[in-house]
Write a protein that binds this ligand. Structure first.
Ligand code: XBP
Length: 270
């Protein structure tokens, strides 16, 4: 039987809804500060999200939409500067407490820590952003709970390439069949699947229409006592939240999801 040894979390959209009111807002602040008349609306940002990584997203925007550009500037250098400023605005937003965790994230992480299930992060975003989110939304020492925090340019190819997940597996010296990934996008699923990892998807407004046929389970969120989750694809749920017993069932070859699980009572701080 295969045993669950680690949970690997994506960050943006999975740990917290960071894209629309976080990254997008910070990009717009950086454009304004650079004197550029660019604005990424919520709708446009949904299109731009098909490209992972902030610098790559700006490149894609310029190529696809040909916005006004300063004539006397090196484009690559300009993008690096905008992205640097954007990181500053984004982390300031997190530090101002603007972003909170999605339902059930804190509970699942706490349960994993209590049961010695190892934890890791695999994100396309910059390391500063991932650390700031963990520190502000989870706990000041939360980064130390994660054995590996793989972020941004640490690998040559961002999601949907599998590089970031191969990197995490390598660092943790784990085989993919002992891990479960929590993701929110098709790109993330493709990346995890490319590394042979079983994946649970928690959708959000930007990703709910994407193709998650390769996921083990698709939920609206992980669920918590006063906010039960719903299964959108995979297995019908017989409990109101996703927990380690379900994670174990998903990675185990001999234990399919138990349809007779009962709703459990959770502590409020879970
Ligand atoms: C989300 C992303 C990132 C952020 C921007 O990554 O695609 O590009 O939107 O991050 P993930 P940076 O879902 O893998 O966490 O500006 O720091 O690149």
């Amino acid at each position: 039987m295969t045993s669950l040894q680690a949970l690997i979390f994506d960050v943006d959209g999975t740990l917290a809804e960071t894209e629309r009111d976080g990254h997008r807002v910070a990009f717009n602040q950086a454009f304004k500060a650079a004197g550029l008349p660019w604005h990424w609306s919520e709708g446009l940002y949904g299109v731009l999200l098909q490209v992972s990584g902030g610098k790559e997203r700006i490149h894609f925007f310029i190529k696809k939409y040909a916005p006004p550009l300063p004539v006397d500037r090196d484009l690559d250098q300009l993008i690096v500067e905008i992205h640097h400023a954007k990181t500053h605005y984004y982390t300031a937003l997190l530090k101002a407490g603007q972003v909170s965790l999605r339902p059930g994230i804190k509970r699942l992480i706490n349960q994993a820590r209590r049961q010695n299930v190892r934890l890791a992060i695999a994100t396309t975003s910059r390391l500063e952003n991932a650390l700031a989110l963990l520190e502000t939304a989870l706990a000041p020492d939360a980064p130390s709970w994660f054995e590996v925090i793989a972020a941004g340019d640490i690998v040559p190819h961002k999601k949907p390439a599998a590089d970031i997940y191969h990197y995490v597996l390598d660092k943790m010296a784990l085989a993919p069949q002992h891990c479960l990934v929590i993701e929110d996008t098709e790109h993330g699923l493709t990346a995890a699947q490319g590394a042979g990892l079983t994946t649970v998807i928690t959708v959000n407004d930007y990703t709910e229409r994407q193709n998650f046929a390769a996921a083990a389970l698709v939920l609206n969120h992980l669920g918590k006592p006063d906010q039960p989750c719903q299964s959108l694809w995979g297995h019908p749920l017989t409990q109101s939240y996703f927990d380690l017993s379900m994670a174990r069932s998903l990675v185990s070859s001999s234990e399919p999801l138990n349809a007779s699980c009962v709703v459990k009572r959770l502590r409020d701080d879970d």
